[in-house]
Design a protein around this ligand. Structure first.
Ligand code: XUL
Ligand code: CO
Length: 436
């Protein structure tokens, strides 16, 4: 029986379409900048918000009572929900999905029971993947909801909770591997601290380094070739999350000798909570060869927490696509770590939300590709740095000079050459022109 009987497969109808259940910009097989839109964007639906989001908030209970959900925590209900999920992915024409272990299967009374539940649901996921062709972008372990993780998982003060976390990640990696997951994500749920009075930060970070090395070793042991990703976020749930931004994550990876094994999964709303633009975080990771994947969402300027909204702003999606086109994304994807608002409680709202954001990214891709093709920004950037293409610039960049020589050079000239305008406003106008 269909969970979404009123929806047929979402198709591209072009910019003039006013059909809310059609794409206006996302045309999966159309080639843009040498690749199909489908291959550029690698759209991914998250299981946690889309299939498990209830709309509850600190002030009120669930608003999204799904007709296919029997309201129990049974494995049978979880298996049924998994089939509904694939109907959604297929009708949306999303090529990938992503999950946490505890989203897809209920947690049992013991780890053994939880693993058994996960195996039962993974069997359905495998069948559904084979039937539909939808693939797993990444798996991860939820090590933040259960109260045992109140002090963290790999950074807990309780060694047995660390052992539990290791066992849970081991299983989540096995399941991700069995399902052909192309990446495995670590978001540091409660890896951070609230108060330094009771915290040994150095010891906690050393433990996190050990934990990741064990994950790398285990991946080799089972032959898992997927990309490991860390997802930066500065705060929430803890006041200081250790993986606060791309710079902090890369510093951590370098300190613990992990740069060869990990890249970053950059999320818009996490970037803004860290006081950065998404474009900054992407560029910072990309220039260091560490841009792995993105969690596509947006925050709200007036709310200082992780609102996980669907991104519909063309400026944002174009900025993101400019950087993704520069560095590439596979085996990562554009993963909608986003949820519909509590008031948008009907199943059809899940379609509207995803269609709108897929279209916004597709439009961003088209605009960014054209801007790159025309050198709309890059020709200004090259011109701005052209003084570095002189003999002097080349010598400095190659490390073939020193302070004394540079002093001599400027002493002889008396003053540096005059500056050129940065032309920011002009470039903002150029950006607008491409969005017309
Ligand atoms: C939390 C968050 C997570 C990760 C996966 O803010 O973004 O959903 O993406 O654990
Ligand atoms: Co995320």
């Amino acid at each position: 029986m269909s969970a979404f009987p009123e929806v047929t497969k979402i198709r591209y109808e072009g910019p003039d379409s006013d059909n809310p259940l059609a794409f206006r910009w996302y045309n999966p097989d159309e080639v843009v900048a040498g690749k199909t839109m489908k291959d550029h964007l690698r759209f991914t639906v998250v299981y946690w918000h889309t299939m498990r989001g209830t709309g509850s908030d600190p002030f009120g209970s669930a608003t999204m009572l799904r007709p296919w959900d029997d309201g129990t925590d049974s494995v049978e209900n979880a298996c049924n929900r998994a089939r509904v999920a694939f109907e959604f992915f297929e009708k949306l024409d999303a090529p990938f999905y992503a999950f946490h272990d505890r989203d897809v299967a209920p947690e049992g009374k013991t780890l053994a029971e939880s693993n058994k539940n996960l195996d039962a649901v993974a069997k359905v996921l495998r069948e559904e993947q084979q039937r539909s062709g939808v693939k797993l972008l990444w798996g991860t372990a939820n090590m933040f909801s259960n109260p045992r993780f109140m002090h963290g998982a790999a950074t807990t003060c309780n060694v047995e909770v660390f052992a539990y976390a290791a066992a849970q990640v081991k299983k989540a990696m096995e399941v991700t591997h069995e399902l052909g997951g192309e990446n495995y994500v670590f978001w540091g749920g409660r890896e951070g601290y609230q108060c330094l009075y009771n915290t040994d930060m150095k010891r906690e970070l050393d433990h996190l380094g050990r934990f990741f090395h064990m994950a790398v070793d285990y991946a080799k042991q089972i032959g898992f070739k997927g990309q490991f990703l860390i997802e930066p976020k500065p705060k929430e749930p803890t006041k200081h999350q250790y993986d606060s931004d791309a710079a902090a994550c890369l510093n951590f990876l370098r300190t613990y000798g992990l740069t060869d094994y990990f890249k970053l999964n950059i999320e818009t709303n996490h970037a803004t909570l860290a006081g950065h633009e998404m474009m900054h975080e992407l560029e910072y990771a990309g220039m260091q060869g560490a841009l792995g994947s993105i969690d596509a969402n947006t925050g709200d300027l007036l709310l200082g927490w992780d609102t996980d909204q669907f991104a519909t702003n063309y400026y944002l999606t174009t900025q993101i696509m400019l950087v993704l086109l520069k560095y590439g994304l596979a085996p990562g994807g554009v993963n909608f770590d986003a949820k519909v608002r509590r008031e948008s409680f009907e199943p059809i709202d899940l379609f509207y939300a995803h269609i709108g954001s897929m279209d916004a990214f597709a439009k961003g891709l088209r605009v960014a590709a054209k801007m790159i093709e025309d050198g709309a920004l890059s020709k200004h950037v090259s011109k701005r740095y052209s003084s570095w293409d002189t003999d002097l610039g080349k010598k400095i960049e190659a490390g073939h000079t020193n302070f004394s020589e540079l002093e001599k050079f400027i002493m002889e000239k008396g003053e540096a050459a005059s500056n050129q305008s940065g032309r920011q406003e002009l470039l903002e106008n150029v950006f607008n022109r491409y969005l017309d």
